[in-house]
Structures are given as structure tokens and as C-alpha cells.
Design a protein around this ligand. Structure first.
Ligand code: SAM
Length: 208
């Protein structure tokens, strides 16, 4: 390994460990909490009183940050196929988001006007086969986008984990058809070598 590459890898691991330690020190259940906090510091998505849907929420780092920031007048609805330990200010629904019954149950818990933010950090279990993994991740992202346009209030937003690769441009194009403004964010707490980025869409412009 070349000196430069080795240094970059070391730096990447070192920073990752820093976020893990920091998460422990602040009582967050995952280092992922900082990814949401950093995006929200720049974008102000988690306003006091907001209703937020957290897809793929376990173990709960994003839900913790969301609950802190929307405060006692807000609501966080968390969904995961895995069991998630209770969190103050967070309603937890255990189930597979791709199951229509789970999506209906979730939709039934939303206020009449709709949610302010749908966020998804969902990632499929990896098979190791790159094309299969990318296709499954894209399917999940598309399902989250379809749900979001129905669940959001007109000025609401979606924050969606997507992965660099073949399907990324298709997902960005799909998002541009559904939301008024679309951008892609890579928070500092996301490992530089990870293919993950976050697509942010604001203002619902179409239902498909
Ligand atoms: N944002 C979380 C946090 O801050 O703690 C971490 C989320 S983790 C990267 C991805 C999660 O997506 C996993 O807990 C996984 O069980 C969940 N997931 C993947 N596919 C799902 C599906 N079809 N329905 C619900 N949850 C799913």
C-alpha cells in the first residue's frame, strides 16, 4: 500500500473511531446520529413541533437526534424490521417497510396534514454481490420516496440514504420529478470510503 493511501485509510479509521467514541460519550446509540445532526445543522429540517418519520431507525441514533430537536410538541415515528429499545418521544413500529400493511399502519399514525420530514437510513442486508446489493438498496430508496410523496405535507422534505453506483443517477432523476429542490449531501461523519450519500428533497411537486 502506498504511503499516501495508507495515511488516508488510517485517517479514515481514526475519524470513524472518533465518532464512535463521541456517540458513546453523548449517549447516542449509533455514530449515525452525527450524520443526521450535521445535515440538520446545515439544512434546518428538524424544527420544533415537527412530525418526523424515521425509516430503518434501529438502533435509534437518528430517532434520538430527531426527538431532541423536534421537542415535546413534535413527534417521531420510527420503523425498523429489527426490534428497537424504547426511546422517549419516539413511537416505534416494528416491521418490514416493504410490507404494504406496515406502510398502511405507519400512514395511519400521521397527522391529517401529513409529516414534515420522512427520513430513511435503510440499508438492505448485503449479499456481497454488488449488482444485487445496489438493486435492493435502490428498491428500498424508491419505496421510501413513493411513501414520502403521499405522507408529506406539501412543503415537507425527504432525506434518503442512497449509494453511489449505477442506480444513483436514476434515483436523483426520480427525486427531481417528485420534489421541487433536490441536492445530495455527504456529512463529515459518513466515512469517506463509504459509497453512501444522502439525497435531500424539499417541497412535494408530484405524486406518481
Ligand atoms: N439510522 C439508524 C441509527 O441512527 O441508528 C441506523 C440505521 S441502519 C444503517 C439501517 C437499518 O435499516 C437497519 O436497522 C435495518 O434493519 C433497517 N432496514 C433495512 N431494510 C428494512 C426494511 N425493509 N424495513 C425496515 N427496516 C429496514
Amino acid at each position: 500500500m502506498s504511503g499516501k493511501r495508507g495515511t488516508r485509510r488510517w485517517l479514515g479509521r481514526h475519524l470513524a473511531d472518533t465518532w464512535v467514541r463521541e456517540a458513546g460519550a453523548r449517549g447516542y446509540r449509533s455514530r449515525a446520529a452525527f450524520k443526521l445532526a450535521q445535515i440538520d445543522d446545515a439544512e434546518r429540517l428538524l424544527r420544533p413541533g415537527a412530525t418526523v418519520v424515521d425509516l430503518g431507525a434501529a438502533p435509534g441514533g437518528w430517532s434520538q437526534v430527531a426527538a431532541e430537536r423536534v421537542g415535546a410538541t413534535g413527534r417521531v415515528l420510527a420503523v425498523d424490521v429489527l426490534e428497537m429499545a424504547p426511546l422517549p418521544g419516539v413511537a416505534i413500529l416494528q416491521g418490514d417497510f416493504t410490507d404494504p400493511a406496515v406502510r398502511d399502519a405507519l400512514a395511519g399514525q400521521l397527522p391529517d396534514g401529513g409529516a414534515h420530514l420522512v427520513m430513511s437510513d435503510m440499508a438492505p442486508n448485503l449479499t456481497g454481490v454488488k449488482d444485487t446489493d445496489q438493486a435492493r438498496a435502490a428498491e428500498l430508496a424508491l419505496a421510501a420516496m413513493d411513501f414520502a410523496v403521499r405522507a408529506l405535507e406539501p412543503r415537507g422534505a425527504i432525506l434518503l440514504k442512497v449509494f453511489h453506483g449505477r442506480s444513483m443517477q436514476d434515483l436523483v432523476r426520480e427525486a427531481r420529478g417528485r420534489f421541487r429542490s433536490v441536492k445530495v449531501r455527504k456529512p463529515e461523519a459518513s466515512r469517506a470510503r463509504s459509497a453512501e450519500v444522502y439525497l435531500l428533497g424539499k417541497g412535494v411537486s408530484g405524486i406518481f
